[in-house]
Design a protein around this ligand. Sequence first.
Ligand SMILES: Nc1ncnc2c1ncn2[C@@H]1O[C@H](COP(=O)(O)OP(=O)(O)O)[C@@H](O)[C@H]1O
Length: 290
Amino acid sequence: MRFASNHGERCSFGSSISADVGVSISMVRASTHASGAEPIQRFTHRYETPRAEQRHGAPLNLTLLGPPEAGKGTQAAILREQFDVVYLATGDMLRRHRGRGTDLGLAASKPMHAGRLVPDDLVIAMVTDALPDDSGSGLLLDGFPRTVAQAEALDDLLRARDRCLTAAILVDVADDVVIDRISGRRVCPSGHVFHVRYNRPARESVCDEDGAPLVRRDDDHPEAVRRRLAAYHDATEPLIARYARLGQLLRVNGAPSADAVFSQIRQGLSAMASPSAEQQEADHGTSSHR
Ligand SMILES: Nc1ncnc2c1ncn2[C@@H]1O[C@H](COP(=O)(O)OP(=O)(O)O)[C@@H](O)[C@H]1O
């Protein structure tokens, strides 16, 4: 199967996802830390064996787009459990730099606290450093790209690795839902995430995982949330049209439950892996990439 690359070619995807694979997930609890990554939700699930399927196909190179609190991190956790992908979340990476007090962390601190984007050159350099030359079966980016300049840099980074983007997954959520979700989000110092209504800790304001006090993330205050949403609409939304034009956009409704959102992602990837006869004809004669 082939997917659109940034040159209008199709990005080869093998038979990684089959449309008839059933999906059943139930979230049991938050959350644990993967090495250096956003705390992930743990899920029980019944699946066919997509990892095995993936082994027979080409690598998945995915990015998650969407406003703050759209549920990108939750979907990333499921995708990481289901597929063999290297995971890079730029928000987490930047928070770790801040925590360690690196030069990048110091430079990122002010814009992050204010809800503004960190300058492109800093973020692109950070991702360039972190992106492995060979990311095995695939790559999952969360929070990158966020600007057209970052999207162009990503195209170059993938091309240099003889790859192209399989899909940009847009987890679409309305602003009022974002504001409602963020207003109730609470985190502990090690990053475990709870919500005062949707994911309550057993003891109020205390982390179930390590007993630490739960607080608001420092960029979850109303003014920063307003700016983060503005940054999303101004800088990141133009990417939606770009990826749609390139046939790489997979838009899902982020409002329902996590399993319902993932089900849309899975079906969308299946549909992209099985292009219509018309599309195949249009692709005829174009080269494929990993
Ligand atoms: N690709 C990026 N470009 C610029 N700034 C970024 C990028 N990724 C993360 N950041 C900074 O980190 C902050 C937190 O990002 P993230 O953890 O992805 O949270 P959210 O999706 O909830 O806004 C952003 O508001 C921004 O300041």
